[in-house]
Design a protein around this ligand. Structure first.
Ligand code: SAM
Length: 245
């Protein structure tokens, strides 16, 4: 999958392209992350990409022309059918389901805003979808864009070492993940649940599902209202709840 990000701070993307899972996937040719800087399309010697807002008020607004040219170059870079996403606090919240849907695309162009955001006419003329990383404001779209890329890339087959790791992550089946343990067996008087040392894979899978249901019930009970539990899941959750009291 190809990602092309329109950003005035391309160096920030080294945070995902130089280290970790995304960097490895780039090295293996599974995905690419390009950046296009709208400053390269600015017409003045200061390479200005922002201007004062019509109507007055604080802050600056990203101008249409340099951004529009940068978006055109981003589309040319990914070469093929694509979707233009503007990361914005006014967008629909990013969810695991949304990340999975986006992962089915061949490419994604992401616009990272700065200042007070981008000119509304660009949103109307160029943007297919606005995506938010949550109900709070960060200073620019670079971190949100990296979050979108990371979440989407994790949904691509082959990006994660173990084919199943993404399936086991929180939210992929509507539930939170189960607790995880590693060596040593004892830490500050706390030990690892016996079943995980039993070698009984069926019993381990059942315990993990029960914990997953239980953790969701404790921490994010509203998630349980959004999914239909199987008979086995209902029984496991009831057992967890009885033991919890
Ligand atoms: N004035 C804008 C508003 O209140 O809707 C916020 C502008 S913010 C300081 C600058 C840029 O950061 C935005 O254009 C957007 O790209 C990005 N941004 C900030 N918060 C975000 C969020 N929660 N989700 C996605 N992008 C965000």
């Amino acid at each position: 999958m190809k990602f092309a990000v329109v950003t005035i701070f391309p160096e920030m993307f080294g945070a995902i392209t130089k280290e970790g899972v995304i960097a490895k996937a780039i090295d293996r040719g599974i995905l690419s992350v390009d950046t296009i800087n709208p400053r390269e399309f600015a017409k003045d010697k200061h390479r200005t990409v922002d201007d004062r807002p019509y109507g007055g008020g604080p802050g600056m607004v990203m101008m249409t022309a340099p951004l529009s040219d940068a978006i055109a170059q981003a589309k040319a870079k990914v070469a093929g059918p694509t979707k233009v996403v503007y990361v914005s606090p006014q967008g629909k919240p990013l969810t695991q389901a949304k990340a999975k849907t986006l992962a089915s695309l061949e490419s994604l162009v992401i616009i990272a805003g700065r200042y007070e955001g981008i000119d509304q006419r660009l949103i109307e003329a160029e943007v297919d979808e606005e995506i938010s990383i949550g109900d709070f404001i960060v200073s620019g779209g670079e971190l949100p864009a990296m979050i979108v890329i990371d979440a989407v890339a994790r949904c691509l087959p082959e990006v994660l070492g173990h084919k199943d790791s993404a399936e086991q992550d929180s939210f992929s089946n509507g539930l939170l993940d189960c607790p995880h343990y590693t060596r040593p067996f004892e830490y500050k008087g706390l030990t690892v649940p016996d079943v995980l040392l039993s070698g009984n894979h069926q019993a381990i899978a059942k315990w993990r599902l029960k914990q997953s249901l239980g953790q969701t019930w404790i921490k994010r009970p509203e998630l349980l209202e959004k999914i239909k539990l199987t008979d086995e899941q209902v029984q496991l959750l009831q057992a967890f709840q009885e033991e919890f009291q």
